[in-house]
Design a protein around this ligand. Sequence first.
Ligand code: FAD
Length: 224
Amino acid sequence: MPNTLSSPSQQVVHRLNVKWWGWGDPSKSYDLENHKTFLKFLQDRLHCSGDVVQQPVTVDSMKFSPAKADAAFVQSLIGIFGVENVHLDDMDRFLHSFGKGYLDLIRAWKGTPEGLPDVVVYPANEAQITRLFDLSTKWGFVVVPYGGATTVVRGVSARTGDNKVVLCLDFRLMNQVLNIDEKSFLAEVQPGCLGPELERALNSVGLTLGHFPNHSSSQASVGG
Ligand SMILES: Cc1cc2nc3c(=O)[nH]c(=O)nc-3n(C[C@H](O)[C@H](O)[C@H](O)COP(=O)(O)OP(=O)(O)OC[C@H]3O[C@@H](n4cnc5c(N)ncnc54)[C@H](O)[C@@H]3O)c2cc1C
């Protein structure tokens, strides 16, 4: 059973039909029965049951620290991005706290929340982002941009330790290829555009990005 999310924003969170707790097609699973050594490694060294490899943890089984965002600050965010694009629910915060590094993967398997943003917003245009930064004169906050979350160096995990609100800026709604100049080979692309989306647009005018083989670029964004 690949999806046990209970987040109200789960439609937004599932950008691609890929595992959020692993890599690739959610309908494919790893046969641990025939990989007993790996199963033993998981159990003895990583203190994970084999189950976690096949299916995600449930949000109910995790303990979250409350989001720090002040109500007035959240209202200002809603004023900019719209209520449907401002998320403070635990699962959305959790899903925006890790990339695809091995330590991240283990945290996702075990459902160990760490480095969560306090609030996740989905900008639709540059003007909204400008308005967001205008808010920083009133409220100090940390911004963590979020593209395809294929980082293997914990690039999207928020550093905790001070009292600043951490805001994750997820660029998935800004995924358009705005212009392709076929003479100069320059393209104007929004930051949330994923590798395959850009490749398709370039192919339509007889060009290619040339990013082959495309292991991570199948999920990585131009901005990331
Ligand atoms: C299987 C696999 C293979 C990989 N192969 C390679 C490889 O061959 N070469 C390579 O270089 N990397 C590789 N990577 C690492 C990763 O895919 C790249 O670093 C990729 O560019 C990250 O893009 P992303 O959209 O997923 O960014 P994210 O993981 O979302 O973010 C990466 C960093 O960029 C920041 N960021 C995201 N969007 C923006 C934005 N719009 N503006 C400013 N900052 C932003 C984030 O805050 C974070 O710090 C691989 C990863 C995996 C899982």
